[in-house]
Design a binder for this molecule. Sequence first.
Ligand code: SF4
Ligand code: MG
Length: 317
Amino acid sequence: MSSIPISLLDIEEDSSESLAAEDYQKREGKWCAGCGDFGALNAVKRLLAKEQLKPEKMAFVSGIGCSSRFPHYVNAYGFHGIHGRALPIATGLKLARPELDVFVVMGDGDCTSIGAGHWIHATRYNPNLTVLLLDNNIYGLTKNQTSPTTPQGYKSNTSPRGSVLPALDPLQTTLGVANASFVAQTADWVPAHLYATLQAAYEHPGFSFVRILQRCPKFTPDVFLEQIKNPDLTELLVHENGVNAPGLDKLFKAQRQHDPKDIDGARALAQRTDMLRLGIFFRDDSFPVYDEVKAVSPVSAEEKIVRLAKEFDRYAV
Ligand code: SF4
Ligand code: MG
C-alpha cells in the first residue's frame, strides 16, 4: 500500500448539483469480501449526501491500515498519511483551513498503538474533527498481528499461543482524557445505528470519537460473531440526546437509559464487559474547541507590511 499523500486535483469546483450517496464514491473499495469497512464507507456516503457536503469543502485524513484506504474511495480531498499520524495531520489541516469539514479514519493498530500519544492529546485539544476508529481487534493490512485491542488469548501471527495481555479499551481510554467531548460506540453490522451515530458525531462541535466495531472475516472472523448472531447480547444506550434510529428498539431488547452528559455513568458503563454496548457514552458540546480557541483572524498583506516596518523601526539607528 502506498503511503504517498493523494492529491485529488480532479475534484470539480463548487458544483451546485444535488449529490446522491453514490456520487461520493470515488472508486470501488478494495477490501476483502464481507469486510466491515464497506459498511462504514456506505454510512459515511449516506451522511455526506444527507448533509450535501461539497467534495471540495471536506477532507478525509487517514493513517496506515486496511481502513486507512478510505480517502482513496471518497470523492473529497484526501490525505493518506503515515502510520499513527492521522490526528496531527488532521488537526493541522483544521487549524489552517477551518472552513473544511475534516474526517479522520484510523484502525486500532494505527490509533491505539503507534498513534496513541496523538490520540490522547488530540482528544484533549478537542479540535473540530469527526474521528472514526475502525476496530477489528487486529492488524489486518500487515496480515494478522496482535494489536492493543486484540482480546486476551486470541491467537495471531505475533502471538501464536494467544495474546497474553488484557485488551486496551478505546472507550475507557478516551473517556479518561480531560476535555474529551464526544465518545460513542457503534458497529458496522448495525447500519441504522452506525449512520445515526455518524450523524450525531458530525453535528458535535469538537473531537467526535466514534469507535466502530468492525468485522474482519479474514483474520478475526469470530470476535463479534456471538453478538452478530444474537442481538440480545448487545445493549442499546438510549436517551433523547443519544442515538435514535428507526427499528433499533425492535432489534435490541436490551436497552438502557443513559444521559450522554453523565461522565461518571459513561465511565462505569465503558468498564463493564458483560454486554456489548452501542450508543453515545458521553457528549458535551460546551467544551473548549482547539481550532476556535486558537483561531486568529486573517492578516492582510498590507497589515503584515505595517507590522514588519514597525519591527524594523525598533532596530533603527
Ligand atoms: Fe477487511 Fe480484514 Fe480484509 Fe483488512 S484483512 S480488508 S480488515 S477483512
Ligand atoms: Mg485493525
